[in-house]
Design a protein around this ligand. Structure first.
Ligand SMILES: [Zn+2]
Length: 248
C-alpha cells in the first residue's frame, strides 16, 4: 500500500531548493504519493511543472478563500480548463476568521467551485474555518458532490454531519499538535473509513518550523495510539480512502 499525504503544498517556495530531498525523506518512511492542492491562479503553472517532474505528485486546482478577491471570471475559465487534468477541485471553501475577504465574495467563489466539481465529477478539497455549518448547508444543495474537509478543527457533530453528506474528514499535523482533546474526540468517535491524513506542509508546525510530508508518520502514530490500533493499519486505511476519493 502506497501511503498518501492527502494535502501538502509542495509547490511552496519553502520547498524550491530541496524538494527532491523532502520527497526522498518521505519515501524512506513509506509515504510515496502526494496530493498538492492549489490556492490561487499565480501558482497553477508552478504546480503543473511539479507534476511533470515527479510522477507521484497529484494535483488539484482551486481558489482559496483567503485569495478569492484576487480573481476574476477569466480565472474561473482557466480553472475550468485545468480541471480536465486534475484529481480534485481545491482548495476552496470558507474562512470566517477576521481580516479575510468578505463573506459574500467567499461564498461566490466557493459556490462557483462546487459547480465546477459537479461539472467535472471531481471531489472537493475544502478549507473551512469558523464556517462548518455554512459549508454543510452549501454542500447539501449538490448531493452528487463528494470530497474532504481538510485540516478539520470543528466539533464531532459537525464532522458527523459532513460525513453523512459524503465527505471525508482530514486530520492533520496542526490539529494533533495544538488541539489534543479535539483530536482525541474526533479520531476515537469517527470511523477510520471516514478519515484522511495530511500534513498541510510547509504549514502545520508553527511559523518557524517547516513541516514536511514525512511528518505524516507522526500524525498516524497519534491516531493509532488513541484508537489502540497499529500505525500501519491507520496509514493503510486512510491511504485507501484517499486513493478511492481521488481515484489515484
Ligand atoms: Zn492547505
Amino acid at each position: 500500500m502506497a501511503w498518501i499525504d492527502s494535502h501538502c503544498h509542495l509547490n511552496h517556495e519553502r520547498f524550491s531548493h530541496d524538494l527532491t530531498d523532502v520527497l526522498q525523506r518521505a519515501m524512506q518512511e513509506g509515504i510515496s504519493q502526494f496530493l498538492v492542492p492549489g490556492t490561487a491562479f499565480h501558482q497553477w503553472e508552478t504546480q503543473r511543472a511539479l507534476e511533470q517532474k515527479y510522477p507521484n505528485i497529484h494535483l488539484a486546482y482551486g481558489i482559496h478563500p483567503w485569495f478569492c478577491d484576487l480573481h476574476n471570471e477569466e480565472h474561473l475559465e482557466q480553472l475550468d480548463d485545468l480541471l480536465n487534468n486534475a484529481v480534485a477541485v481545491g482548495e476552496c471553501g470558507l474562512d470566517f476568521s477576521p481580516n479575510k475577504p468578505s463573506k459574500e465574495q467567499q461564498m461566490h467563489w466557493f459556490e462557483a467551485q462546487v459547480t465546477l466539481a459537479k461539472k467535472h465529477q471531481l471531489p472537493l478539497i475544502i478549507h473551512s474555518v469558523k464556517a462548518n455549518d455554512v459549508i454543510a448547508s452549501t454542500l447539501k444543495k449538490q448531493p452528487t458532490c463528494r470530497g474532504v474537509v481538510h485540516g478539520f478543527a470543528g466539533s464531532l457533530q459537525q464532522a458527523q454531519a459532513l460525513i453523512k453528506l459524503g465527505y471525508y474528514i482530514a486530520i492533520g499535523t496542526r490539529l494533533i499538535h495544538s488541539r489534543p482533546k479535539k483530536t482525541a474526540a474526533l479520531v476515537t468517535q469517527l470511523p477510520l473509513t471516514s478519515l484522511l491524513l495530511e500534513t498541510d506542509a510547509p504549514d502545520g508546525l508553527g511559523k518557524q518550523t517547516r513541516n514536511e510530508p514525512k511528518e505524516l508518520i507522526v500524525v498516524a502514530n497519534v491516531v493509532a495510539k488513541l484508537r489502540q490500533q497499529q500505525p500501519e493499519e491507520v496509514l493503510n486505511i486512510c491511504s485507501q480512502n484517499a486513493q478511492e476519493l481521488f481515484q489515484l
